[in-house]
Design a protein around this ligand. Structure first.
Ligand SMILES: NC(=O)c1ccc[n+]([C@@H]2O[C@H](COP(=O)([O-])OP(=O)(O)OC[C@H]3O[C@@H](n4cnc5c(N)ncnc54)[C@H](OP(=O)(O)O)[C@@H]3O)[C@@H](O)[C@H]2O)c1
Length: 260
C-alpha cells in the first residue's frame, strides 16, 4: 500500500486557477492537505483559498518566468516540507495548416515543456530536502494521451506533450535512486475552459471533478502512470499499435473530415 497522501501533505499545484487544477485543489483540500496553488490569475486562486483559508495558500505567478518561480520557491520553503508537486499548468493551441505558423508550436512548447521544466528547478530541491528526512516525495506531471495518435491540428500540443512525457520518464529513471517518484498523468478529454473552445466531438469526455478524483485515487494507490478514461486511452493505445501506413490513412481521413 502506498504511503502517498496517507498523512497530511504539503502539495504545490500549478494551473490551479481553472479546470483540472482547480478540481484537484478542491479534492485535495477535502482530503485535509495543505496546498500552495499557482496560476497567473490571482482572483480564482483567492476564491479557492476561501474553501480552507488555513490550508490553501495562493502563490500566483507565470510558470514560464524564472523570476516568478524564484518568488514561489521562497513561499514553498516557508511552508515546510514539500511532499508533492503537481505540475499541471498548460495550454493547447491548435495549428491551422492553411496558414502554417511556427509560433503555435512555440507557444505550446514554451508553456507545456519549458514552463514545467522551470517548475522542476524549484520543486526538485524542495522534494529532495523532504526525501532526505525519509518522507515520501512525489513529482506529478500532467501530460496528455493526445500525442499517442497523430491528430490533425495538434502538431504543437501533441509535440509538447510527447516531449513532456519523455522528460518525465527520464526524470523517473534519474530520480529512482533517490526514492523520488515521478508520476505521469495522461488524461483523455476533460471538460474544462481549455476544451470548451474545441469545435470537434470529444469522445468519452469526463467532468473535471471526475478527473481530479481519478488522479487523487491513482496517486493514493501509488500508481506512477495514471491514464483515463480507460475506454478512451485503451482505444488510443490500440490505434497507436497499428502499422504506420494504417495509422497514416486513419489520421489523414480524420483530418479531412474535421475540415469538412
Ligand atoms: N482538458 C483536457 O481535456 C485535458 C486533457 C489532457 C491533458 N490536459 C492537461 O491538463 C492540464 C490542465 O488543463 P485544463 O484542461 O484544466 O485547462 P485550463 O482550465 O485552461 O487550465 C489551465 C491552467 O494552467 C494555468 N496556466 C496556463 N499557462 C500558465 C502559465 N504560463 N503560468 C501559470 N499558469 C498557467 C492556467 O492559469 P492562468 O490562466 O491563471 O495562468 C490554468 O489554471 C494542462 O496541462 C492540459 O494540457 C487537459
Amino acid at each position: 500500500m502506498s504511503i502517498r497522501l496517507q498523512n497530511t501533505s504539503n502539495i504545490w499545484i500549478t494551473g490551479a486557477s481553472s479546470g483540472i487544477g482547480e478540481a484537484l485543489t478542491e479534492a485535495l483540500a477535502r482530503g485535509g492537505h495543505r496546498l500552495i496553488i499557482t496560476g497567473r490569475r490571482e482572483q480564482p486562486l483567492e476564491q479557492l483559498r476561501s474553501l480552507a483559508p488555513e490550508r490553501i495558500l495562493p502563490a500566483p505567478g507565470d510558470t514560464t518566468s524564472k523570476a516568478d518561480l524564484s518568488d514561489i520557491a521562497s513561499i514553498l520553503e516557508d511552508q515546510g516540507d514539500l511532499h508533492m508537486a503537481v505540475l499541471n499548468a498548460g495550454t493547447c493551441e491548435y495549428l491551422d495548416i492553411t496558414h502554417y505558423n511556427s509560433d503555435v508550436i512555440e507557444k505550446n512548447i514554451h508553456t507545456n515543456v519549458i514552463g514545467t521544466a522551470r517548475c522542476v528547478d524549484i520543486a526538485l530541491p524542495a522534494l529532495r530536502r523532504t526525501r532526505a528526512k525519509g518522507h515520501p516525495a512525489t513529482l506529478v506531471i500532467v501530460s496528455s494521451s493526445a500525442w499517442w495518435f497523430p491528430f490533425g491540428r495538434a502538431e504543437g500540443y501533441g509535440a509538447s506533450k510527447a516531449a513532456l512525457t519523455y522528460f518525465a520518464h527520464s526524470l523517473r529513471a534519474d530520480l529512482a535512486a533517490e526514492g523520488i517518484d515521478v508520476v505521469v498523468v495522461s488524461p483523455g478529454f476533460v471538460k474544462t475552459p481549455l476544451t470548451d473552445r474545441n469545435d470537434f466531438p470529444m469522445p468519452f469526455l469526463v467532468e473535471a471533478d471526475d478527473a481530479a478524483e481519478r488522479i487523487v485515487s491513482g496517486l493514493a494507490k501509488g500508481h506512477n502512470e495514471i491514464a483515463f478514461p480507460k475506454r478512451f486511452t485503451w482505444m488510443l493505445r490500440i490505434l497507436g499499435a497499428l502499422p504506420r501506413p494504417v495509422i497514416d490513412r486513419m489520421a489523414a481521413s480524420m483530418s479531412r473530415k474535421s475540415k469538412n
